[in-house]
Design a protein around this ligand. Sequence first.
Ligand code: FAD
Length: 484
Amino acid sequence: MPGDGDQADSGARAELVVIGGGPGGYPAAFDAADRGMDVTLVNDEAIPGGVCLHRGCIPSKALLHVAALLGEAHEATQWGITFAQPKVELDKLRSFKESVVKKLTGGVGELCKARGVKLVQARARFLDSTTLELKKPDGSTQKLAFGKAIVATGSSPIIPPIFAIKDPRVMDSTCALDLPDVPGKLLVVGGGYIGLEMGSVYAALGSKVTVVEMTAGLLPGADRDLVRPLKTRLDRLFAAILLNTKVTKLTATKEGIVAELEGEGVEPKQTFDRVLVSVGRRPNSRDLGLENTRAEVDQKGFIKVDPQRRTADPNILAIGDVAGEPMLAHKATREAHVAIEALAGEPAAFDNLAIPAVVFTDPEIAWCGLTETEAKNTNREVKIARFPWGASGRAVTISRTEGLTKILFDPETERVLGVGIVGAGAGELIAEATLAVETACVARDVAETIHAHPTLSETIMEAAETAFGQATHIYRAKRAESRS
Ligand code: FAD
């Protein structure tokens, strides 16, 4: 369906134009169309879906599903079930991943048609505050006048100059998701969530993975007690995790990519078959012609927005990765609805208290609202209730007792301020916690809500119970600690 629905003519006008067809842009276009607005969605790729569907959340999770299966099959030996050594058919695995992407992106295309959203494949650039120049794939250009524009152009991987050695064995996340092969030795530069997720996939497929992280710990920003059980497991899965270590140079040789490393006790030159550079992403705000409008960008390149997602230009709004951290699909989608509600004249604001963050490794890590690290850094007094999964019946049945659920409460009101979880399925469990933070639940609400048994969700209820020193499955539980 490439090019299908290209319906903007020269001299065309749109009441609303949305630039970018990712999880920010397409929900904005759909919401606006559902409200009867005349909407044009301009996307530089033929099929909408953005990074999330084409080369981010969705393909990575399809591969992580396979990695988890391989891990479980391996562990089943302890439970008396031994499978034969897995045979990895890379072509089939790639097809599976691509079929998942195709199914979902195809669905977005169908929903565009059904809602009457005009889809235009072009690269958009502002000529002024009411006109865009659209550059089509054949190089031709046309102008599109608009009433309002929403910029949802997303972000791109950062490749620092020392890594830009123009060798196909040095990959960004997009290339790594293409699964060119299963390298014998893979270097992952950056211990953030993308590096750890992709490293887990390749390690499960058979690569010896070395992760190099510049700071003192994996997943900077996540609470250390949540990272610890993951680190323990990754220490077994990966060949090496080198913390406080820097990659200073990459050189392409016939034998592989030689990485020069700087870190205490670290072998200074190591050769790898492939390198994945996952050191961060930058907003796609360049080359958009924003200088021809009144919209402003900050030092990091994020477009500055107010709580309604309006920029300094009264005709232009911005949402998603291009409009600020955290760069997550669900944050982009929420902003899309806020922006459309604001355009519709409703009293909308992006004032969510909790944006869940999930690291889809094994175990998963998830958190929302206030973190313990933030509480510490801002000297905010909180009450913290922890429930270790060793006391969870469900965790025992699945042999995953390394997990932890913790809840941060306001010491005066006992309102739930934040939740952190590490353990199998933490990414699903965080939904309840997010609702608790967002709807201002207090500890008693969570503790007195009946949770199905035996489920891991009981760990949230029992963590809340420990706030009163009375969790059923923790003997002589102490009162939750109070810290200022
Ligand atoms: P994007 O999804 O980046 O979409 C922007 C679109 O705009 C793109 O299609 C782009 O080509 C197009 N575009 C750019 N400039 C122009 C222009 N001038 N004219 C026309 N079109 C243009 N997030 C999660 O929440 N959960 C996850 O598990 C997760 N996993 C990830 C895994 C990986 C490997 C990566 C790379 C990212 C992951 N993310 C995840 C992040 C997530 O993909 C982004 O936060 C999300 O896609 C941002 O949505 P967006 O709509 O702002 O932009």
